[in-house]
Ligand binder design. Structure first.
Ligand SMILES: C[S@@+](CC[C@H](N)C(=O)[O-])C[C@H]1O[C@@H](n2cnc3c(N)ncnc32)[C@H](O)[C@@H]1O
Ligand code: SF4
Ligand code: SF4
Length: 362
């Protein structure tokens, strides 16, 4: 009977025998910025339930070490642990301890950061710990544009990237590998070629462009669709949301593709890796394999199936990650994916909306 059960589960494509490839960990929901395009700046709008517990005072805004360990126990050597989330990882009071713990367990460690808190001392420690990847978010190549989006001068982040690169060179270190994440919008896409120049000067190994989510990240998913809630609801609560909607490159696809082509030429000239989303015609929806490959673990132990937090799967304080990973809820979703396709499972996801292909140099 047991053998029969094992054979059945090995044939069942909804049962994952391996851990997720990407384990995204949100160390904190605190942030030192209020970027114009970020869901963090609209926290009253998205997933209000995430903040209820916080407001009640029962929980702190940053992940505890014990939750981190519960998450890491579940990872295997092929899992990539990524510190990201809806906040600034470097705002966690023990982020270096978190990184050290990931490395101590022999796992691959990545972090996406706005880079403002990466002092020389912190950079030296990251090199010592052999942190694997660090991604700086820089969405403008001029002070004016960067400041408009992130609200602060560009100099600090550029100086910090430069120091990390120089310190690596001085010490003959190859890690951490440094990359840049550029959120592409109507008002900054023309600066992408210049960003490639800057990246090359700063010694970064790659630049990745992401389109700004059409509906500002999670809002459309967690608040229900515009049709469900009604346009007045949005207007009342998020005037800014409507300004930003015009920033989405979907509304200026020609311009977006034009600057991406120029930037790809530039990347070739400078010999730097560039990944960029290119609008394709006719529109064909995107696929998404996150239900089979990804878990997001929030600051308070909440587990979701992906960064868009569409499916809440349980909390690490009450359930083990391996049980959540193959829970009935997620297996039913995988079953629907296999039968009906992702567009039926997640009809409102901005990730499926993008109609893009990724063009790259290298
Ligand atoms: C939410 S941030 C958290 C990490 C860190 N605070 C930072 O800024 O890098 C993770 C990534 O999402 C990007 N991002 C922010 N708002 C976005 C949006 N509306 N659409 C797509 N990406 C966005 C950021 O630039 C960053 O690279
Ligand atoms: S993009 Fe990062 S730095 Fe900016 S508000 Fe969002 S979480 Fe904070
Ligand atoms: S389609 Fe979107 S909401 Fe659905 S699993 Fe993928 S990223 Fe998450």
């Amino acid at each position: 009977m047991r053998i029969f059960g094992r054979i059945r589960s090995s044939l069942d494509r909804t049962y994952m025998h391996k851990c997720p490839k990407d384990v995204i960990i949100e160390p904190t929901i605190k942030c030192n910025l209020k970027c114009s395009m970020c869901m963090k700046s609209f926290e009253q709008l998205f997933a209000p339930s995430r903040y209820q517990e916080l407001k009640s005072g029962r929980i702190r805004p940053s992940m505890s070490f014990s939750i981190l360990c519960k998450a890491l126990e579940f990872c295997d050597k092929d899992s990539k642990v990524q510190f990201i989330g809806t906040g600034e990882p470097m705002m966690h009071p023990n982020i270096l301890g978190f990184i050290a713990e990931v490395k101590r367990r022999g796992l691959t460690c990545c972090m996406t950061t706005n880079g403002l808190l990466l002092t020389k001392g912190v950079s030296d420690r990251l090199i010592d710990m052999k942190m694997d990847y660090i991604t700086f978010s820089v969405d403008g190549a001029t002070d004016e544009t960067y400041k408009k989006i992130r609200g602060v001068n560009i100099k600090t982040v550029l100086d910090n990237i430069s120091y990390l690169n120089e310190a690596k060179k001085r010490r003959g270190a190859i890690l951490p590998s440094i990359s840049i994440n550029f959120v592409g919008m109507v008002s900054n896409i023309s600066e992408l070629p210049k960003m490639v120049d800057l990246g090359s000067e700063l010694g970064v190994s790659s630049i990745a462009v992401m389109h700004m989510c059409r509906d500002i990240g999670n809002i459309s998913i967690n608040m229900g669709s515009l049709e469900e809630r009604g346009i007045e609801y949005y207007k009342k609560t998020a005037d800014k949301y409507f300004d930003l909607a015009g920033e989405n490159l979907y509304f200026d696809r020609k311009k977006s593709n034009k600057y991406i082509d120029i930037a790809l030429e530039k990347a070739k000239e400078k010999d730097i890796t560039l990944f960029a989303p290119y609008f394709r015609e006719p529109e064909t929806p995107h696929d998404c394999r996150d239900l089979f490959e990804t878990l997001l673990i929030g600051y308070n132990g909440d587990i979701f199936s992906c960064c868009y937090e569409k499916f809440f799967l349980g909390n690490l304080r009450y359930k083990k990650a391996e049980n959540i990973w193959n829970s009935r809820t997620v297996r039913d979703l995988r079953k629907r994916y296999i039968k009906e396709g992702i567009a039926k499972v997640c009809p409102a996801c901005p990730k499926l909306d993008r109609n893009i292909t990724i063009k790259s140099y290298r």
